[in-house]
Design a protein around this ligand. Structure first.
Ligand code: HH2
Length: 287
């Protein structure tokens, strides 16, 4: 269901007046965030939506298929390394012909960026959510940008290198606690935060699976949880397949995540994910 994104102007005097994410979460069903990568090098769809009209067609298709939120990124994070850093001007240059037009489609847009200045630009252009794959811990200014605009932030767990000896749930919980402290110090209300265990980021394939299997333990923060397992490599460890052929594994992982308390699913494959979530919910409802 589309909830009209608010329109804020330049920051300072005019900030977001309501939180469209909170409205969506209040629907009481898992939400779907559709991925729109305007990058040449994303791990599964790099280069496919660099052309702005192709990107917007894809955005429209995802909304028609049931996306509640669009997550737009213009710099690959390549969870398994090899991402090419993109200068801020280039990241904004890729977003300029796509993001404002995507906002006009009527579902909340989240900006997937590690740079506070890009987040600031994107919110001024109409984005309603910040998605930070370094959980406010890479750039100090990120939390301040979110506070100034009054927008929600997705705080994702990340680390430079996987360490198989770690209790990954304890590590993620410690990371979240640090992010929440940063948010509090910046004056960002706790209820504006969504937590994400960061499937595939700084984790062994087994740790990615543990993060989904023990997701409930992260509910102790009392905040909504987002899971993005779409096409990720741990799937191929169990059932070898190229990223384009990991739909079954992605759906299985996302159903497990929702069963364990995830409120938002970040996916490349909106139609199939929406169908799977609806069928799982319908079966649950007739018990
Ligand atoms: N995964 C990716 C990117 N951003 N954001 C959140 N909150 N959670 C995730 O799991 C997540 C994310 C990686 O996937 P993708 O966007 O397809 O690849 P790339 O970063 O190479 O563009």
């Amino acid at each position: 269901m589309a909830v009209s994104p608010r329109l804020a102007g330049a920051h300072g005097d005019r900030t977001h007046t309501h939180n469209p994410l909170a409205e969506l979460l209040a629907l009481g069903r898992p939400l779907i965030m559709g991925i729109l990568n305007v990058t040449p090098d994303s791990f599964s769809d790099g280069g496919r939506f660099l052309d702005p009209s192709g990107a917007l067609d894809h955005a429209r298709r995802m909304i028609a298929e049931g996306a509640d939120i669009l997550d737009i990124g213009a710099e690959s994070t390549r969870p398994y390394g090899g991402a090419v850093p993109v200068p801020m001007e280039e990241e904004i240059g890729r977003l300029t012909p796509v993001l404002p037009q995507a906002v006009a489609l009527g579902v909340p847009v989240s900006i997937d960026t590690m740079k506070a200045k890009v987040a600031d630009w994107a919110i001024a252009a109409g984005a309603a959510i910040i998605n930070d794959v370094w959980g406010l811990q890479r750039e100090e200014a990120m939390a301040r940008v979110a506070t100034r605009w009054g927008v929600p932030v997705i705080v994702m767990h990340n680390r430079e290198h996987a360490d198989p000896s770690l209790d990954i749930i304890a590590e993620i919980a410690e990371f979240f606690a640090r992010s929440l402290e940063i948010a509090a110090n910046a004056g960002l209300p706790r209820q504006q935060i969504v937590l994400d265990p960061g499937i595939g980021f700084g984790k062994t394939p087994e740790q990615s699976m543990i993060a989904i299997a023990r997701l409930r333990e992260l509910k102790s923060f009392g905040l909504p949880i987002l899971v993005g397992a779409s096409r990720k490599r741990f799937i191929a460890r169990i059932s070898p397949a190229s990223p384009d052929h990991r739909l079954g594994g992605s759906v299985a992982a996302h159903l497990a995540a929702v069963a364990n308390g995830a409120a938002i699913i970040r996916t490349h494959d909106v139609a199939e994910t929406a169908q799977a979530l609806r069928v799982a919910a319908a079966i649950e409802a007739v018990q």
